[in-house]
Design a protein around this ligand. Structure first.
Ligand SMILES: [Zn+2]
Length: 77
């Protein structure tokens, strides 16, 4: 798919939590994906959808090899 112009830049999944927070596996997976993938991006994106409505039920964060940060909900709209 990369050859046809489609680039991986992140992932999304659901959590059975009202206000989702990334698990240790989520964080280590994103760091591993970022550092082991061949790309020219400054960060990968992770979205986690919880059971609460927006904005509390949506987690959006950016991930590098050794750092990550949650985007404020006003930027995730
Ligand atoms: Zn997760």
């Amino acid at each position: 798919m990369h050859k046809s112009g489609l680039h991986y830049f992140g992932d999304w999944h659901t959590h059975p939590q009202s206000v989702p927070t990334p698990s240790g596996t989520d964080l280590s997976s994103m760091a591993d994906l970022f550092s082991r993938s061949k790309h020219e991006l400054i960060a990968f994106l992770m979205v986690i959808v919880g059971t609460e409505g927006f904005p509390d039920g949506l987690h959006v964060s950016v991930h590098e090899a050794n750092a990550w940060s949650k985007l404020p909900s006003e930027l995730a709209q």
